[in-house]
Write a protein that binds this ligand. Structure first.
Ligand code: SF4
Length: 313
């Protein structure tokens, strides 16, 4: 578990982004997008693709936004807004987080405004559903990261997905050998996952649902299970995996149990954090089954599940 991450902390490996930076030596601007993707695939097969190539591809994706599977197709360079409402990246807050998993603390957590999901029970809705936040120049953020004692940089939101081009800009200015953590709902397109491959060292994922109906009803997303499962399989090919699952009231049989079964049967060596601190907030009052805390029977069942999957938790 977390082998790559630990090696970086012990200085036995360098984070991917530093290697990607060392390969940046070409001008990609005049070349066709297909050709650049082909080149990126090839570089990915052979090692770590150049950061400049990732930057150019991410920049082109902005003009027809398909960073997440909502695929809005808006031109964010012209300030057109899609579902997430993000045009330029805005930062709601950034600080040393002491409440993450033990291995990650202290974590320099960067909270972006805006989200690709519309969860009715969002535990973080003041950030995810807000279009406010600060403009921070990438170079300034890189300097802040350099000046802290954080073990890692933790890109989160809302969701970090709409902000991939900005994150690459920050990494261009960063030279501190700090592991990069992608903290996300994992509803990214395959192309976005390719850009993150060998850029992020650890995926800290939020696996919410065990079926598509619950995802559609509570987060307003389509094809949830196919997309999120695909992306977990992609993520583990190049990075470490910590999977978080927040247990929802009345959703143990339809969500918690099937997704744990899938993780156990399909992923190699993830760490799973099954969380029971759900509180009814935001629009949960419109959905009676989740408009309450977990009851004692559900908490007991979670304890039993942890005993059933001791190798995961
Ligand atoms: S990142 Fe935002 S604008 Fe782009 S496809 Fe997703 S929701 Fe739409």
């Amino acid at each position: 578990m977390l082998e790559r991450y630990q090696k970086i902390l012990e200085s036995d490996e360098i984070p991917y982004f530093l290697e990607a930076k060392s390969k940046s030596d070409d001008d990609y601007t005049g070349r066709g997008t297909e050709e650049l993707w082909h080149l990126h695939d090839q570089q990915l097969k052979e090692g770590v693709p150049s950061l400049e190539l990732k930057e150019e591809l991410a920049d082109r994706m902005l003009q027809n936004c398909h960073f997440c599977e909502r695929r809005c197709g808006v031109d964010r360079k012209r300030e057109e807004k899609g579902y997430c409402g993000v045009t330029e990246s805005k930062i709601s807050s950034e600080f040393l987080h002491l409440g993450e998993e033990d291995e990650l603390v202290p974590s320099h957590t960067i909270f972006f405004s805006g989200c690709t999901f519309g969860c009715v029970f969002c535990q973080n809705w003041e950030i995810s559903q807000r279009e406010g936040g600060k403009d921070i120049e990438p170079e300034i953020l890189a300097n802040k990261i350099t000046g802290t004692r954080a073990k890692n940089v933790n890109w989160v939101g809302g969701d970090p997905t709409p902000n991939i081009p900005y994150i690459i800009e920050v990494l261009k200015h960063l030279s501190k050998p700090t592991p990069q953590v992608w903290n996300s709902n994992m509803y990214l397109t395959g192309k976005s996952m390719d850009i993150l491959a060998k850029l992020m060292d650890l995926y800290l994922t939020d696996f919410k649902y065990g079926n598509d109906e619950c995802a559609k009803k509570l987060s307003k997303v389509k094809n949830y299970t196919e997309i999120v499962k695909r992306n977990h399989l992609k993520a583990e090919k190049t990075g470490d995996l910590i999977i978080r699952h927040l247990v929802l009231p009345d959703h143990l049989d339809c969500c918690t149990k099937p997704l744990l079964r899938w993780i156990d049967n399909n992923l190699d060596d993830p760490k799973v954090n099954i969380m029971t601190q759900y509180r009814p907030t935001y629009k949960a009052k419109d959905h009676p089954e989740i408009n309450r805390y977990l009851n004692s029977h559900e908490k007991r069942e979670v304890r039993r599940l942890k005993r059933e999957y001791p190798h995961l938790v």
